[in-house]
Design a protein around this ligand. Structure first.
Ligand SMILES: NC(=O)c1ccc[n+]([C@@H]2O[C@H](COP(=O)([O-])OP(=O)(O)OC[C@H]3O[C@@H](n4cnc5c(N)ncnc54)[C@H](O)[C@@H]3O)[C@@H](O)[C@H]2O)c1
Length: 262
């Protein structure tokens, strides 16, 4: 094995030592897996979610595993709550190095049936929430030696959503545009901004939207013949958040079992 690679692997356990990360939508699913992955490599992790009860349980779970984790219940679509969340991160941890914009909602509604309120919910959570968090994070990331933003888009953002509606596809495409634009604006400050585009991943978002039989049918249609696991997405996010990805910015990385190959 390449010596440098060997060294990196041995050090994975402390890769984020001294770094502070904020993960939104971290009470369950991929957000929880990301918080676990970053904490396992030494990060102090601020975990956000709008579901305060589920968040408290998730943070307690991580703390029990020895992580330095902090619960910040907040709705990422509400400007005042987002401001307060970043103020809390600064107050409790004194800095921010990594922002993971993971909070999201999906609705499977066909376009003609989408109520304006539902359109707003999907766009606000996936896109506006990402913008609000980026805006508050920028002044803090500027002070970091290696500021990182990782946004959760989807195969929906590059093509068309498998199980979500037009609002979900539009929101996730918007996340990709925001990612590219911020990468250009912030590169000179050594802040990288990237997106990940997962395919169908085994979480509540999917299990709560389609029946088990449909999930199995989708899974068998993918080249890798299964859904992705939250921990697999967390691994890619951790890579993008690390020093190993210092020259990657404005990118959108596919992780979809071969479902979408472009
Ligand atoms: N599961 C998939 O197949 C899949 C595929 C591609 C992209 N994604 C994206 O990945 C991200 C995580 O998805 P998941 O499958 O883990 O979802 P999930 O539904 O399991 O978890 C999402 C979390 O976000 C929280 N949340 C929702 N609205 C919020 C708000 N306004 N403020 C704060 N927190 C809020 C929820 O309470 C929940 O805990 C989402 O952005 C989703 O769109 C998911």
């Amino acid at each position: 094995m390449d010596r440098r690679l060997q060294h990196q692997q041995q050090n994975r356990g402390t890769e984020f030592h001294g770094r502070v990360a904020l993960v939104t939508g971290a009470a369950q699913g991929m957000g929880f897996a990301m918080a676990c992955r970053l904490a396992a490599a030494g990060a102090r992790v601020a975990m956000n979610d709008s579901n305060a009860t589920a968040l408290a349980a998730a943070v307690a779970d991580l703390r029990q595993q020895g992580a330095d984790a902090l619960a910040i219940p907040a709705d990422v679509t509400i400007e005042t709550e987002v401001r307060r969340m970043f103020a809390t991160v600064l107050e409790q941890f004194g800095a921010l190095d990594i922002l993971i914009n993971n909070a999201g909602v999906l609705r499977p509604t066909r376009c003609e049936q989408i109520a304006t309120q539902e359109w707003d919910l999907v766009l606000d959570t996936n896109l506006k929430g990402t913008f609000l968090c980026c805006r508050e994070a920028i002044p803090l990331l500027r002070r970091s030696e290696a500021g990182r933003i990782v946004n959760l888009s989807s195969t929906a953002g590059k093509s068309v959503s498998t199980i979500g509606g037009a609002h979900y596809t539009a929101a996730k495409a918007g996340v990709l545009g925001l990612t590219r634009h911020l990468a250009k604006e912030l590169g000179h400050e050594r802040i990288t901004v990237n997106a990940v585009c997962p395919g169908l991943i085994d979480t509540e978002m999917v299990r709560g939207t389609i029946a088990a039989a449909s999930i199995a049918a989708y899974a068998s249609s993918f080249p890798l013949q299964r859904l992705g696991e939250p921990a697999e997405i967390a691994e890619l996010v951790a890579f993008l958040a690390s020093d190993r990805a210092a020259y990657i910015t404005g990118a959108s990385l596919d992780i979809n079992g071969g479902d979408l190959t472009i």
